[in-house]
Design a protein around this ligand. Structure first.
Ligand code: ATP
Length: 301
């Protein structure tokens, strides 16, 4: 099942291309990590997926249905294409109590699951009678998450939502979200520019660089498919596969290679060693490779 499909989606703000010809498919009921540097286009992509922002060109489908700008999350669409977005600024009414925010959620969403919202708040010990303006940044993030979860989205978009959480809370939140996704009726897409935040979080990866997807896939598959080969200086690695990165010193060459049939295809030629690659290394390798590509995005049309 596909949660989100992008077909040649581009977005231009004036003369700046924020997204350029993005095509990808993201599987349903998973945690998708959307990774990219500042300005890579993550917020823009999430805004388009949520229907808040129109694409300049291309088509985006959620749950198989094209996203139409302005369609609200309670606009009557089928359950499979309901989207909730938690943007960086976490809109909460400062004078509302936490309980008021849940009432607000119930009043503004056609579908509302009070039990789900309440149990999230209980899980993180957020006092219902406290005014939102008196909550810490991390607690406000939890309230916003509870309201988003209460709307029972098929797709929950979290735009750098964990920034205000301490490391313990962050691990707990992502663990709970993974459990909710594993129950089978919600896909979570969370964006970050901090690769270290990712470990153990996303099980599917989408890496954006300067508005283009440079890597997408199941994290385990990606890690299994890539290998680092080090050996005597050579122009090409000693086996099949696409070269993602090549580095040469006087007497030694190192290649990161994407192999056609997983690590079983690794050819260990005399003098060569193979090493697995970590998730951080994999992402950085693709970002570096993309930065060296000739058609970088800065050029405005
Ligand atoms: N409203 C806007 N008007 C003009 N340019 C914009 C606008 N919003 C974003 N941009 C530009 O589009 C590009 C992508 O921005 P976007 O906010 O989507 O990136 P991001 O990956 O979410 O970045 P960050 O991690 O810093 O939040 C950047 O070059 C940004 O300056």
């Amino acid at each position: 099942m596909t949660a989100v499909e992008a077909r040649a989606v581009s977005k231009r703000y004036g003369s700046v291309w924020a997204l350029r010809d993005c095509s990808f498919q993201l599987p349903a009921n998973r945690i998708i990590a959307l990774v990219g540097a500042n300005g890579a286009g993550k917020s823009t992509l999430m805004s388009i997926i949520s229907g808040m922002l129109p694409a300049t060109s291309g088509t985006l489908l959620v749950g198989g249905r094209p996203v139409v700008k302005g369609r609200s999350s309670d606009g009557g669409e089928p359950a499979g294409s309901r989207v909730a977005i938690l943007a960086q600024d976490k809109p909460l009414y400062r004078d509302f109590s936490v309980a008021d925010m849940l009432r607000f959620g119930r009043a503004t969403n056609r579908v509302w699951d009070q039990r789900r919202a309440l149990s999230w708040l209980e899980r993180f010990a957020i006092p219902l009678d406290r005014r939102c303006g008196k909550l810490s940044g991390g607690q406000r993030a939890q309230v916003a998450l509870a309201v988003a979860l209460g709307s029972r989205p098929a797709l929950l978009l979290l735009d750098e939502p964990l920034a205000n959480l301490d490391p313990v809370a962050r691990t707990e939140v992502t663990g709970e979200l993974m459990a909710e996704a594993a129950e089978g009726d919600m896909t979570v897409m969370l964006s970050t520019h901090i690769i270290a935040e990712l470990s153990g979080v996303g099980d599917h990866l989408l890496v954006l660089d300067a508005g283009r997807p440079v890597l997408s896939g199941d994290v385990e598959d990606l890690l299994a498919d890539h290998v680092r080969l080090t050996g005597p200086r050579a122009d090409l690695p000693p086996g099949p596969g696409a070269i993602v990165q090549a580095q040469h010193a006087d007497r030694q060459s190192t290649f990161v290679v994407r192999q056609p049939a997983g690590p079983a295809a690794a050819v260990v030629a005399p003098g060569w060693t193979t090493q697995p690659i970590t998730l951080d290394e994999l992402i950085l390798t693709y970002l570096k490779a993309s930065a060296g590509a000739p058609d970088r995005l800065e050029a405005a049309a």
